[in-house]
Design a protein around this ligand. Structure first.
Ligand code: RNT
Ligand code: ZN
Length: 417
């Protein structure tokens, strides 16, 4: 049977449930997933050669990581060719590209330091998302936006402001709004004497960053919360309550939930509906926390599917910004990107192929026996046939065929690094 024939067959099966497969595929194609550049080089960037700090960690030393902008862009390109649908590229301020021997510290970054990224994105018809980098820098050894040292704090405030200007430049150049996410690692390893002070300073720092004039229809500023980082086990200034309350009280800011940033039994999928009820927009970092915020590659697991369902069945596709955030250095990094991106999209397809209205009705009617039965039966419907056809339509390799390309690229390009 051809891929097309399998698709037609699957269409009949889904039609019996009242699901329109063609429509699902069209919708899937239009949902942008933001691919994080930092999987390609273990979150190192180009503006420093020190270690990765901030209580996050990549583990593994699989050969072939990108060391230069050219290598990273080539690797991203390789991954993009193997991923269907709409995509954005998510970059961090530490990926500034300096030319002609010039250099600028984080507080002096300008749009021109990202001109190459803009060119890259424009050539591929994609938008760019952005992140100030409040880590891996000598001035971030202790604290950033919570620093009791006013000079340090002002340095990082200037960095945040610079990043807003760069984000606006991205939006203006690409014609696609830029999601700019603020995450700071600031916290304490052991029981603090003052939990309020750092949060007061963090709030004030964010207020100062946001006080500059910028176009809120082009730059969406997010605040990402976290429960703890390595070496910062006792206290994190930007906790869930901090971020949630800050964005609730600050016009034009968006909460960002990373599903590695909660206690292990807390589920982001369960938080999305509440956040949507009180926020016009919600941003996500989809990752896979294994026992801690380990940032493993996103799989097509229950939580990823559940997150996708919440986006789709709450009619929130236009209100939720989906970005991936993981960094695995123990496997081929391009494969890590492709597996994670395709899985996020498969999870969305799964949600789009569910008879969501019918399932809600069963819940409202108290028909929980039937609800369980149908939700379980759905798991073995032929989604794979729809996915394969979608890949074919999108001109990307079907099923595992993409891995041949990755292997070849590893042999020819990565192994020579
Ligand atoms: C860290 C946060 C943050 C980073 C990236 C690199 O715990 O998840 O989003 O992973 O900014
Ligand atoms: Zn994150």
């Amino acid at each position: 049977m051809t891929t097309r024939e399998r698709y037609e067959y699957a269409k009949h099966m889904y039609a019996e449930l009242g699901v329109e497969v063609d429509k699902a595929v069209e919708t899937l194609k239009s949902i942008p997933v933001s691919m994080h550049c930092w999987q390609g080089d273990d979150v190192v960037g180009f503006d420093q050669d020190g270690p990765l700090t901030g209580g996050i960690q990549t583990t593994g030393n699989y050969p072939g990581k990108a060391h230069t902008p050219e290598e990273l862009m080539n690797d991203i390109d390789m991954a993009l060719k193997l991923i269907p649908g709409a995509k954005k590229i998510n970059i961090h301020a530490c990926y500034a590209i300096f030319e002609n021997g010039e250099k600028a510290d984080r507080d002096a970054l300008e749009p021109k330091h990202f001109a190459k990224w803009v060119e890259f994105a424009k050539e591929r018809g994609m938008g760019l998302d952005f992140n100030p980098t409040f880590f891996s820098h000598p001035k971030a050894d202790e604290y950033t936006l919570t620093s009791p040292d006013e000079e340090i704090r002002q340095f990082w405030i200037r960095h945040g402001q610079a990043c807003i200007r760069i984000s606006q430049y991205f939006a203006e150049e690409t014609g696609i709004p830029c999601v700019m996410n603020v995450w700071i690692p600031d916290g304490f390893k052991d029981i603090p004497a003052d939990r309020l002070g750092p949060r007061v300073r963090y709030k004030d720092s964010l207020d100062q960053i946001l006080s500059i004039d910028y176009d809120k229809s082009k730059v969406y500023v997010c605040v990402e919360s976290k429960v703890f980082g390595i070496g910062l086990e006792a206290y994190t200034a930007g906790s869930a309550e901090f971020a949630q309350n800050y964005v609730a009280k600050t016009e034009g800011t968006i909460p960002l939930m990373d599903n590695g940033h909660y206690h292990p039994t807390e589920m982001v999928s369960d938080k999305i509906s509440s956040m949507l009820l009180f926020n016009e927009k919600v941003a996500l970092h989809v990752t896979r926390p294994m026992r801690w915020d380990s940032d493993h590659v996103v799989l097509l697991d229950d939580e990823t599917k559940e997150i996708a369902k919440e986006i789709v069945r709450n009619d929130a596709i236009d209100r939720v910004f989906i970005a991936l955030d993981y960094f695995d250095a123990s496997i081929n990094r391009i494969s890590a990107w492709v597996v994670g991106m395709r899985n996020m999209q498969k999870a969305l397809l799964y949600a789009l192929l569910s008879p969501n209205k019918k399932l809600k009705e069963l819940q409202d009617q108290g028909k929980f026996t039937e609800l369980m039965m149908l939700q379980e039966e759905l798991k073995t419907y032929p989604m794979g046939d729809v996915w394969d056809y979608y890949c074919e339509l999108e001109n990307v390799p079907v099923r595992s065929a993409w891995f041949e390309d990755v292997k070849k690229y590893e042999e020819e390009v990565l192994s020579a690094r």
